[in-house]
Design a protein around this ligand. Sequence first.
Ligand SMILES: [Mg+2]
Length: 268
Amino acid sequence: MSAETLPEGLRRAVARLARTPRLLVVCDYDGTLSPIVADPTQAVPRPESMRALRSLADLPDTTTGLISGRALRDLAALSGLQAGENLHLIGSHGAELDAGFAQALDDDAQELRRRLEAGLAQLVGRTPGVLLETKPASIAVHVRRADPAVGESVLDAVRSGPARWKGVHVTEGKAVIELAVVETDKGAALDMLRHQADATAALFLGDDLTDEKAFARLAGPDLGVKVGPGESLAAFSVPDTGDVAVLLDYLLAERGAWLPGETRRSGD
Ligand SMILES: [Mg+2]
C-alpha cells in the first residue's frame, strides 16, 4: 500500500502536520499498531509501523510515544521498543510512566488494590474465557474469549460491584473493564507528553473508547485519526492497522523532506 490509498483530505492534513516546528506523534498499541488478536499476549505490531515510529524519533524536533492500557512491561516487551529521549512508553492508560510505579502507590492505594484483586478473583471465579490481568496500579477483566452472554454478565457484575468502591477509577474498552486505584486517562497522558516535548502540534492514533479522551484534547493544528469503525471525536478515520503503517510512513517521508537538508534521511 502507498500513501495514495489514504483519503486525500487526510493526506493533506498529514503533509501539513509534517511541517510543524516540534512534532509529537502518539499511538495507541492494540488495534492501532498491532491487529487485534484473541490472545492478547500474541499481539504483534506491524513492522512497517514500528520502523516508521523509530525513524520519526530519530528525526530532530520529533518526539514519539505509545499510550496503552497494557502494563508498561508488557507494552515494552510486545512492541519491542525501548523508551529513550524522544520515544516514550506509557502504560495502564497513562498511570504507568516507569517500571518503578508500583512502589509509588501510597498505602491506601496498595490496600485497595489488594482488596480489588481478591474481590475480582472471587467474582470471576473460574469462568471460562475470562481473564484477570494484574497491573501495578489496576486490574483488568478481559472477556474477549468468553461466551458473549457470559462475558457481558461478568462485566455487569463488575460494574455493579467493585467498580463502585470508593477510590476505584473505571475504564471500559472493547470486552474489557479496568479498575484502577489511581486516576487514569489517555488524554492527561497525551498532554503530559505534549508538555514535555514542547510540541507545536500532535498526531494521535487510536481505535478504542479509551482513546476518545485523547482525541478530546486535540485542538488547533493537531490531528486525530481513529482506526476502525464507530463514532469518534477524531477528525479522520482509517479502516485498519495497515492504513496506520501507510500514514506513519507518509508522515516520516514528508517530515524528512521538510526538515533542513543536513538532517534529511536517505529514504532507507
Ligand atoms: Mg487499542
